[in-house]
Design a protein around this ligand. Sequence first.
Ligand code: 5GP
Ligand code: MN
Length: 342
Amino acid sequence: MEFAREDILRLEAFLEASERPCILSHPRPDGDAAGSALALASYLASRGKAAKVLLPDPLPENLRFLEGADRIIVAAKTPEAARKALEESDLLLCVDFNCLARLETLEQPVRACPAPRVLIDHHLAPERESFSLVFSETQVSSASELLFWLLKALPGVSGDAGKLSAACRTALLTGMTTDTNNFANSVFPSTFAMASELIASGVDRDFVLDRLYRDFREERVRAMSEILLQALEITPDGAAFFIISEELWQRYGLREGELEGLVNIPLSIGKVRLSASLKETPDGVWRVSLRSKKGVSANRIAREWFHGGGHEQASGGKLVIGEDVSSREEVPAYVRKALSTL
Ligand code: 5GP
Ligand code: MN
């Protein structure tokens, strides 16, 4: 991956000048948000810079194996520490999101923070005007992959991935693995090259895969089975959707992120071109996840119907009860209508 030399020099100058960098990523962090943020923190630590990692929400349990996960400042849990981290920071490093509105509750405090902002992201349509320096590539698997190539381009690393700490390399492989759904989508030649270099440098991929995919609780599989058996609906237009009700969530005692990946399963049906998952919440702002096959835009459905966005084939958003529909009973009809526009 090629970067403008001038941009690399500017990034290096920002990092070198910063004494209190703060790394930010998006709400309900996934593996790429966590992986890229913690990899960058680990890299900065190896340069003697103690970066703070600030996230709006806690990590799901299967990502807590990443080094530094226990030091993340979670704004939803410790708002005072989050406010202080922003106030004290002299550089904001934003990874895996494309616009400040994506930060939700952290948007305004971040806008009010005078520190320069650097964006490292792989989503469509970055909000360039809000950043001093932008690294935005969509022809890359993940923010973690983009960060891998960026770190390698920095003068001190000079192309040698082996110079990155083990924790940094493990976090980068983790972020790329989850965003590609373990090499199933958004994979480019550069993605395999990255994986190859990381594994050659000693990253234990089996350990990462065990933590990510083989360490769940029984409740996950049983809840998924019930949803697929009883809640999955397939429309005549080749769309699939299901609602994860609050009742089911409570009955299985599910935890944030525990049904990660479920939305992909209906896509394994030949006639299904798009799959949608809707998670009911007590506050009436339901989370929506969308996945599509090539040629169908999950992104368009997310933008037009669910206040969201993301990638062409993997997007997310929300459905607001009292705004998009007047009651929960109307949700299936709204979704059928949205998905009839495929
Ligand atoms: P997920 O379905 O895994 O939550 O999200 C899939 C993709 O959609 C991710 O790339 C994520 O960044 C994006 N995404 C999820 N929720 C939102 C949202 O509310 N707004 C926007 N713009 N993108 C979202
Ligand atoms: Mn990502």
